[in-house]
Design a protein around this ligand. Structure first.
Ligand code: HEC
Length: 173
């Protein structure tokens, strides 16, 4: 009886490998928009990328173990849930009030050590206290001093002129 159960379980596990959930792999461009608009420092960016973007952006990294069921199915579910609550790829579409509210939740989740989700940290490692403090102080600063749109446009102009320069050099070559 028990033996049959394990054979069935093994069979289910093998079959589930063929049921691959859709991947969360869109363009990184919208994350860059968030990083510019919310003045994410390089230090904070590194932490977000390694601990949060997998579930809170439209770009998840997929090392091999993320592709193995049941991890792949668990992750697909968490990504969907996580993005519904907070998605940096959608940052631009949030109102100023929503942005402030997300940052408030952001601080709260880290202070209560609710994020990153527990089983995720078993593989990716815990968020260190120093990194947690860095994230919190960045978010607090953003809540006090939200970026005014004028600053954004200067950034965009700078990037635009950079692109023009590179394309010029390309055409002259
Ligand atoms: C493995 C996936 C996963 C990772 C990694 C993860 N989260 Fe989440 N996050 C979720 C899910 C699922 C929810 C929604 C359910 C909940 O609140 O528990 C959520 C909710 C949130 C919310 C919204 C809470 C609310 O009440 O609306 C914030 C803010 C958040 N996470 C921040 C972070 C930060 C910051 C990190 C990185 C330090 C992070 N998360 C890492 C899955 C994840």
């Amino acid at each position: 009886m028990l033996k049959n159960f394990f054979i069935l379980l093994l069979l289910a596990l093998v079959i589930s490998q063929f049921l691959r959930p859709d991947k969360n792999e869109s363009s990184y461009d919208n994350i860059t928009v968030f990083e510019e608009q919310a003045a994410v420092t390089p230090e904070v960016q590194t932490i977000l990328e390694s601990q949060c973007y997998d579930c809170h952006s439209n770009v998840t990294r997929y090392p091999w173990y993320m592709e193995v069921s049941p991890v792949s199915h668990w992750m697909a579910y968490q990504i969907e849930e996580g993005k519904e609550h907070f998605n940096v790829s959608e940052w631009e579409s949030y109102t100023e009030n929503q942005k402030d509210h997300k940052l408030e939740e952001f601080i709260e989740e880290i202070e209560k050590k609710e994020m990153p989700l527990k089983p995720y940290t078993w593989i990716h490692g815990e968020l260190s206290n120093t990194d947690a403090e860095r994230l919190i102080s960045w978010a607090k600063q953003r809540r006090e001093k939200p970026i005014i749109p004028e600053e954004d446009t200067t950034n965009v102009k700078e990037i635009d002129s950079l692109q023009v320069e590179t394309s010029n050099t390309l055409t002259t070559k």
